[in-house]
Ligand binder design. Sequence first.
Ligand SMILES: NC(=O)c1ccc[n+]([C@@H]2O[C@H](COP(=O)([O-])OP(=O)(O)OC[C@H]3O[C@@H](n4cnc5c(N)ncnc54)[C@H](O)[C@@H]3O)[C@@H](O)[C@H]2O)c1
Length: 394
Amino acid sequence: MKIAVAGTGYVGLSVATLLSQHHDVTAVDIIPEKVALINRRVSPVKDSYIEKYFREKPLKLKATLDAAAAYRDSDFVIIAAPTNYDDEKNFFDTSAVETVISLVLENAPDAVIVIKSTVPVGYTEQVRQKFHTKKILFSPEFLRESKALYDNLYPSRIIIGADMQEEGNASAARKLAGLLQEGAVKEDIDTLFMKPTEAEAVKLFANTYLALRVSFFNELDTYAMVRELNTEEIIRGVCMDPRIGNFYNNPSFGYGGYCLPKDTKQLLANFENIPNNLIQAIVDSNRTRKDFIADQIIARNPKTVGVYRLTMKSNSDNFRSSSIQGIMKRIKAKGIPVIVYEPALQEPEFFRSEVVRDLQEFKDRSSVVIANRMSSELEDIKEKVFTRDLFQND
Ligand SMILES: NC(=O)c1ccc[n+]([C@@H]2O[C@H](COP(=O)([O-])OP(=O)(O)OC[C@H]3O[C@@H](n4cnc5c(N)ncnc54)[C@H](O)[C@@H]3O)[C@@H](O)[C@H]2O)c1
C-alpha cells in the first residue's frame, strides 16, 4: 500500500510512523527543516515513542516538500494539517485541509482521502459536495501530545466516518481500519464505523467533555480558595465515588494546549441556534478561572513575576495556547514586569518579556514564581511559588 501523510505535526508524524512499519509512507510538509529532520530520523517533536521507533525500527518512511509527487500513485492520503480557530470568523480555518484536498484530486484522483485534522461538525459532507467526490473519509485523532505515537500504538478506540451503505466508501473504511489496527501493538481495538458528521461530533464532544472536567475541578478549587477550604481534601473525597473517579482532577491555571481551547469554541459555534447552557459555560469558565488566578497573583503585589515554564504539562516542550500565557498577559496588563524561564525557548524574549536562561538568576530576580505544574527544581524557593498543582500529575 502507498500512503501519503500531509502535515508532520503530532498527528501526522505519529500516524506516518505507525503506518510506515508495514507500508511505504511519504510524509509531506511545507517546512524544509522538519522534512530534513525526519529524513535524518530525528523527531521534530518531543515524543519518546517516535524517538524510539526512529532509532530502532526499520521504517519505510520518507519525508518531502514535493506534495504533488507524494500524492501521485498514493492509495491513501491522510490529512493532518492544522485547523486553527479563526476568532474573526468564529470557526476553524480549514484552508490548509482544502489545499491538500485540491492537490490530491489533481494528482491522484483515485486515492482515498482521510481527514485526521479536527474539523467542524458537517465539514466532511461539505467538502465532499464542494469537490464532487465521495472519497473523503473522516477519522478523528485522540492522541495526547508527547504521547502521540504511544496513543496510536495503544488507541482507546478507532473511529472511521464513512458511508457504510455505499460500497466504495465501506471498503475504503474497512481498509483504513485495518491499516490503523495493523500498526498498533494493542489487540482487539474497539473500532466504530459511523457517518463522517457523527465522527466529527465525537471528536468535538470528547474534547469538550475533557475541558468540562478540567473546568469543574478548577471551579471547585476557586471556591475552596475563596472560602479558605482545603481543595485537596475535597477533591479526594469527591473522587472516591467510582462514578466520578480519582483521575484527571488536578487543578490548574485553566485548560489549554492546542486542542481544548479551539475545539470547545468550535463546538459552541456549531451549537448556534441550538439550546445550550453548558457548552457556553465551558468556554466562559476558562476565562473566569484565568481572571481569578491572575487576581490572586496580583494581590501579592509582586515587583517581578517569574513564569516557570510556558508548557501545560511537566514532560512537554510544547506551549501552544498554554493557560499560563493567559495569566502572563493579565499580569502584564497591570504593568507588572514578567520574566520567563523556559528551556525550550531559544529566543531572548517571549512577547516582550525577558527570557532568563539561568535558573538561579530567574529565582533570585522573581518575587513570585508562577508554575502551572510544580517541579522539584523549585523546592528551594517553595514559599515564593504560586501553583495550583496539588497532586503533581498532569
Ligand atoms: N496535537 C494534538 O494533540 C491533536 C490531537 C488530535 C487532533 N489534532 C488535530 O490534528 C490537526 C493537526 O494537529 P497537529 O498538532 O499535528 O498540528 P501541527 O501544527 O503540529 O502540525 C501541522 C503540520 O502541517 C503542516 N502543514 C500546513 N499546511 C500544510 C500543507 N498544505 N501541506 C502539508 N503540510 C502542511 C505544518 O507545517 C505543520 O508541520 C489539527 O486539526 C488538530 O486539531 C491535534
